[in-house]
Write a protein that binds this ligand. Structure first.
Ligand SMILES: Cc1cc2nc3c(=O)[nH]c(=O)nc-3n(C[C@H](O)[C@H](O)[C@H](O)COP(=O)(O)OP(=O)(O)OC[C@H]3O[C@@H](n4cnc5c(N)ncnc54)[C@H](O)[C@@H]3O)c2cc1C
Length: 439
């Protein structure tokens, strides 16, 4: 009999197991694959160390992952400062406008549009402050009346794709207010509809002066190093190649799980796979099953390219608006990821809902060649990946289910449970939220 059985050994499952085992619980982790880590894998091919998609970790100073590292990790991963984000339009590079001040001079966008966007940003924060809910309002709806320039709309769309997984017609405005909520709620002195106005104002002032993504970093050695540190720090039983086929429930209470090899009894079960697939292995109320099945995954195409000469000189990554792409020269952070004298770059593209893979690959490669004519002559290595970076897009009319299920003792964790931040930071938030329910 275990206190807790965790299904899935990705970052969410392992972090949950770590916190619970450090709190004295007897924990079992069951993972269907041969390796633990879920998406977070790094592997060596032809002398290059590639990750499952390029990873930059956000909110490293005092965000949720930092909290968990400080409190629970015996061994800490090393992070290398990310540097600037650049926006590329053809052969022109612009520094990403992090502050209102730098946005006012961000010349990718015409002056008239900049003025309008600034105005709408400040007024939206104000409306949020007095309690207006923006989760069902799309970015497109907010912007559409103003007849914005094509490049402005393309820039807005690109940001939406990379921050939510969907275009501006489906992306929720709430996503862009997320960090503001995070800061303001954390103080909770005076609250207006759950928001602390003092903290809100201080965040607005910070926005005016913010220098850039100062608390973001690349994990030295690759994304897998974070998983290795977790595994070294936790005291739980982990069984791999043990897929859970059924969650056992009696009188609406979880009693354990059944895998292909047998039954494991536990008082609490935490499921960290796709929430949309939980109905396949658990008998749940119909309306809850429907809610879970509605969650839409985001698919991305990554091209890893090893280059014979340096195409990216700057420390930082590039957001391209045509083709829509995130280019991360990871060997600039850690030269050991590529053979000597080579540069390793991860190019990330969002895939549409329906796609033809070969066509998407061609489009992606042609797009890169358009930006860097003749690059194909310098290609030393190419590797493609199709992956799911977020288990659920953050779109309007889609509600994340949270951690608690209608079955007593059965919980969810992972990037499809909470609407906060993205990727590993979002997974860490979901673990912290879960612990408030369990501990
Ligand atoms: C291309 C790409 C780029 C990314 N870039 C970033 C980035 O820059 N910054 C960032 O923070 N994040 C990034 N991410 C996202 C980040 O990697 C994921 O959000 C995170 O790893 C998800 O962790 P998870 O534990 O929630 O899910 P997963 O990693 O999917 O883990 C779930 C685990 O559960 C297992 N499982 C499922 N069902 C069962 C079952 N029935 N029985 C047993 N085991 C089961 C699965 O095998 C898997 O191992 C990126 C991801 C991709 C793909």
């Amino acid at each position: 009999m275990y206190d807790v059985i965790v299904i899935g050994a990705g970052v969410s499952g392992l972090l949950s197991a770590l916190v619970l085992s450090k709190n004295g619980k007897k924990v079992l982790v069951l993972e269907k694959e041969r390796e633990v880590g879920g998406i977070c894998q790094s592997y060596k091919i032809d002398g290059y160390t590639i990750d499952n998609g390029p990873h930059i970790i956000t909110r490293l100073e005092n965000g949720p992952l930092r909290k968990l590292i400080t409190q629970y990790f015996d061994v800490s991963p090393d992070f290398i400062y990310h540097g600037e984000y650049y926006v590329r339009d053809k052969d022109k590079l612009y520094s990403f406008p992090w502050s209102l001040k730098s946005f006012s001079t961000f010349s990718l966008i015409p002056r008239k549009d900049r003025a309008f966007l600034l105005q709408i940003l400040v007024s939206t924060y104000g409306r949020r402050l007095i309690g207006e809910n923006f989760s069902n309002i799309s970015v497109h709806d907010l912007l559409k009346k103003r007849n914005l320039n094509k490049t402005t709309m393309r820039f807005a769309d690109t940001l939406c794709y990379f921050m939510t997984g969907v275009d501006s017609k489906k992306a929720s405005v709430a996503r862009f207010l997320d960090s503001l909520d995070y800061k303001s709620k954390s103080k909770g002195i005076i609250s207006v509809h759950g928001v602390d106005p003092q903290a809100y104002l201080s965040k607005l002032i910070k926005m005016l002066t913010k220098k850039g993504a100062e608390d973001q970093g690349y994990p030295k050695g690759g994304i897998r190093t974070i998983i290795d540190c977790m595994v070294q720090s936790l005291d739980a039983e982990i069984i791999t190649e043990e897929g859970v086929k059924e969650i056992l429930i009696e009188n609406n209470r979880v009693i354990g799980v059944k895998s292909q090899n047998g039954v494991y009894k536990g008082k609490t079960v935490i499921y960290s796979g796709y929430a949309s697939e939980l109905p396949d292995i658990a008998d749940l109320p119909e309306n809850y099953k429907e809610e879970l099945r509605r969650l839409e995954k985001v698919h991305t195409l990554t091209l890893w390219m090893g280059l014979k000469r340096k195409y990216f000189d700057k420390m930082g990554s590039e957001i391209w608006i045509e083709p829509r792409c995130w280019a991360v020269p990871v060997s600039n952070y850690d030269p050991d990821l590529a053979p000597k004298g080579r540069q390793l770059v991860g190019f990330g593209f969002i895939l549409p809902k329906e796609y033809n893979l070969e066509e998407e690959k061609k489009k992606a490669f042609d797009g890169i060649k358009k930006i860097f004519p003749g690059i194909e002559k310098d290609v030393d290595f190419m590797y493609w990946q199709v992956l799911v970076p977020e288990k659920a897009a953050w779109s309007i009319n889609q509600k994340m289910p949270g951690n608690v299920t209608p079955v007593s003792g059965l919980y969810l964790v992972g990037t499809d449970t909470t609407e906060k931040s993205m990727g590993i930071t979002r997974a860490s938030y979901s673990v912290l939220n879960l612990m408030k329910e369990i501990l």
